[in-house]
Design a protein around this ligand. Structure first.
Ligand SMILES: Cc1cc2nc3c(=O)[nH]c(=O)nc-3n(C[C@H](O)[C@H](O)[C@H](O)COP(=O)(O)O)c2cc1C
Length: 342
């Protein structure tokens, strides 16, 4: 498919997940095949403009990490414009504006989902960014702030007129946070509101069937998968198989182990010993789908050094499939309490 002047190989995209969808994870997933477009974690425009090391790390990329879009956020229009220009000058090929983040630290300064509350100001912001760069600009948003303020259809229609190349819709309101289930009718209303601009459906896709159901129900042009990619890193390949008339290929245990090691190896390449700390949280997602026995997942969630990882990987290879629970540990520990305090 095409997004502006960009050729995107498949309509199955990786949704941004702050803290996870960084270069090593993207590369490891791309090697499995089937992924269309990846987007970086959200990067604060101000921090990027002041060249903070953390922001530069978030936009780190490599020649095999294409196509890639960088997602930026800010409540200050001039800073979004400045960051977009900087990214274009630095050679990046696409910008995504975050209008969906529900976290208080993002919405409190006017960014993320807060932008959806003032449609006129949101349009001015988007228009300013689109007018400032030659590379394609997209927007990711929710259905609206809450059920009384469903602004996504009107915003998407306006954004199309302003030259935005695609809009990703997470089918929940900001007020819902990550609770309840995704509203496919809500995504379908956004699809119906636009003329030609591709709408990318997002939310709760955990299996190829979920993606196909979302596409069928909403008519969206593409699907963005976030948590589902950690629960099944082969989901893009399976979807690509299905859309090419092939039976979806399930990975065997050796391929699962190879993926675990490859992801870690790519993290070490970028972060050296610090990779151990960063890898811990992936273990809570990977344990169940990769069939890692509970006690080994528990060790993986506390790994202290690179040699220990490889010792554990050997043990995992010997005991793979001996896991009792099929529920990922990460799914048991979801954020709770009022969304205002996340
Ligand atoms: C840990 C976490 C981090 C996220 N970070 C971002 C982000 O940086 N930018 C963004 O637009 N959405 C972010 N999201 C939202 C996801 O991109 C996606 O919209 C949401 O998780 C629903 O899709 P899923 O069910 O496929 O994960 C994040 C979600 C989670 C759970």
């Amino acid at each position: 498919m095409k997004l502006g002047n960009r050729d995107i190989p498949t309509p199955y995209f990786l949704a941004p997940l702050a803290g996870y969808t960084q270069l090593p994870f993207r590369r490891a997933l791309r090697e499995l095949g089937g992924m269309g477009l990846a987007t970086t974690d959200l990067v604060q425009a101000t921090m990027l403009l002041s060249q903070r090391a953390k922001s530069l790390e978030l936009i780190a990329t490599s020649s095999d990490d294409k196509p890639l879009t960088v997602q930026i956020f800010s409540g200050i229009r001039a800073e979004l414009v400045g960051a977009a220009k900087w990214l274009e000058d630095a050679g990046y090929q696409g910008i995504d504006i975050n209008m969906g983040c529900p976290m208080a630290k993002v919405t409190g300064s006017g960014g993320g989902a807060r932008l959806m509350c003032d449609t006129s100001s949101a349009c001015d912001t988007v228009s300013a960014v689109v007018g400032a760069v030659g590379i394609p600009v997209s927007v990711k948003m929710r259905l609206g702030w809450d059920l009384n303020n469903i602004t996504a259809p009107a915003l998407a229609r306006e954004f199309e007129q302003l030259g935005v190349v695609a809009v990703t819709i997470h089918g929940r309101t900001r007020q819902q946070g990550f609770h309840g289930s995704v509203n496919l009718d809500g995504i379908a209303e956004v699809v119906a509101a636009v003329d030609q601009m591709p709408i990318i459906g997002n939310g709760d896709v955990r299996s190829p069937q979920d993606a196909l159901d979302m596409q069928r129900h909403t008519g969206c042009a593409a699907i963005a998968i976030g948590r589902g990619a950690m629960l099944d890193p082969w989901i893009f390949r399976k979807l690509d198989d299905i859309s090419n008339g092939r039976p979806p290929r399930d990975p065997e245990n050796p391929e699962k182990l190879a993926f675990l090691k490859r992801h870690f190896e790519l993290m070490v390449e970028q972060h050296a010993d610090y990779a151990c700390l960063l890898f811990r949280k992936f273990a809570a997602w990977y344990g169940a789908p990769l069939g890692i026995p509970e006690q080994l997942e528990d060790r993986l969630r506390r790994i202290e050094s690179i040699p220990i990882f490889y010792e554990l990987a050997d043990q995992i290879g010997e005991q793979m499939g001996q896991r009792k629970s099929s529920t990922a540990t990460a799914l048991i520990k979801t954020p709770s309490g009022p969304v205002e305090y996340w």
